[in-house]
Write a new protein. Structure first.
Length: 106
């Protein structure tokens, strides 16, 4: 399934709009990851553990999005927007949302 942030696909015509689809992933961060991220904030550098959590959450949201599009008979999702938010007490959870328009391309 083609997933794109653009509203058109070059060289392809949209035959049918199937509707809005979205996928969400909410993941919790654990105490040890938070502790090591705090140390990284002090000494500098990238937090590989948080980057992995972000990547996993994004992939989960996109996978859910494409599953919903396929269930509608779509073969592509266009205009995809990915948002990141913290939720829960003290922002302890990460929510990633991917939304777009399911279409059938010729």
């Amino acid at each position: 399934m083609l997933v794109t942030t653009t509203n058109t696909v070059e060289g392809r015509r949209i035959a049918e709009y199937k509707g809005l689809v979205a996928g969400e992933a909410i993941l919790g961060a654990n105490l040890f990851r938070d502790l090591f991220a705090s140390i990284r904030d002090i000494v500098g550098g990238r937090s590989g553990s948080y980057e992995k959590v972000l990547n996993d959450a994004r992939q989960t949201a996109i996978s859910e999005l494409t599953d919903k599009a396929a269930a509608l008979g779509a073969n592509a999702v266009i205009g995809v927007d990915i948002d990141y938010e913290t939720v829960g007490s003290n922002g302890s959870m990460l929510m990633v949302t991917a939304a777009g328009t399911a279409v059938r391309l010729e």
